[in-house]
Design a protein around this ligand. Structure first.
Ligand code: ATP
Length: 223
């Protein structure tokens, strides 16, 4: 049977419940057989100042997903040298899967709104369908709707030529892969805020899985 696989890349510095709840809701709501969480070894768009070692970020993801069917972790970016570009990950990942597997690239709205800064983003849009999920901004505000925000970018950028199909909801293009939008439970959690709280000796309970909290504490990360 054809498998539907989601690829969810991130710095995961550290992984938190916003990432995990989104992955679970996509698995169930979008009918994905598996969601691969892929920690970035060397994120091209983020500074390295507060970046925990890739092996630790990977281990936190591994512990966070333990026991959750359909959630997987991949070390594909940790095995590559240089910046972790999504286009390279998607191409490499494709090779590991059977021919008939359907791949989807998952990202939060904040990531999608920066897609024009990504390496070979036009090629990326040709080779893999996207699923863009909603995410509250730093003040906890949700965009009016994830569809509207995606639609505005598609109209006013180098990404023109998409048509909105209301039933899914999804944006289609005659040459490129579709861009789906999907609403997950809005959780105003970010790794930045978690790192800040740790620096200020505040409790991060219930923002990350208990195993991740214990790991951070044991390793003295983000102090
Ligand atoms: P940081 O605060 O360090 O920038 P982050 O919390 O944004 O980190 P990332 O690891 O950079 O986390 O995010 C990976 C992916 O998960 C991105 O596509 C991002 O948009 C999405 N994401 C992160 N947090 C949430 C959340 N609370 N709800 C939905 N999506 C999220």
């Amino acid at each position: 049977m054809t498998k539907k696989i989601g690829i969810f890349g991130g710095t995961f510095n550290p992984i938190h419940l916003g990432h995990l709840r989104s992955a679970i809701e996509l698995r169930d709501g979008f009918g994905l057989d598996a969601v691969y969480l892929i920690p970035s070894a060397s994120p091209p768009h983020k500074g390295t100042a507060e970046l925990a070692p890739a092996r630790d970020r990977m281990e936190m993801v591994r512990q966070a997903i333990k026991g959750h069917a359909g959630l997987r972790v991949s070390d594909i970016e940790l095995k590559r040298q240089g910046p972790s570009f999504t286009i390279d990950t998607v191409c490499a990942f494709r090779k590991h899967l059977s021919e008939d597997a359907w791949l989807y690239l998952i990202m939060g709205l904040d990531a999608f709104l920066e897609i024009e800064t990504w390496k070979s983003y036009q090629d990326l849009l040709h080779i893999i369908p996207l699923i863009v999920i909603n995410r509250p901004d730093h003040q906890g505000r949700l965009k009016p709707s994830v569809s509207n925000a995606v639609s505005t970018l598609l109209e006013h950028s180098t990404l023109q030529g998409y048509e909105c199909s209301m039933d899914t909801p999804c944006f289609t293009h005659c040459e490129k892969q579709p861009i789906f939008v999907y609403n997950v439970t809005a959780m105003e959690i970010s790794s930045t805020r978690i790192r800040e709280m740790i620096r200020h000796s505040q409790a991060i309970d219930f923002l990350v899985p208990e195993t991740v909290r214990t790991y951070i504490q044991a390793k003295g990360l983000y102090q």
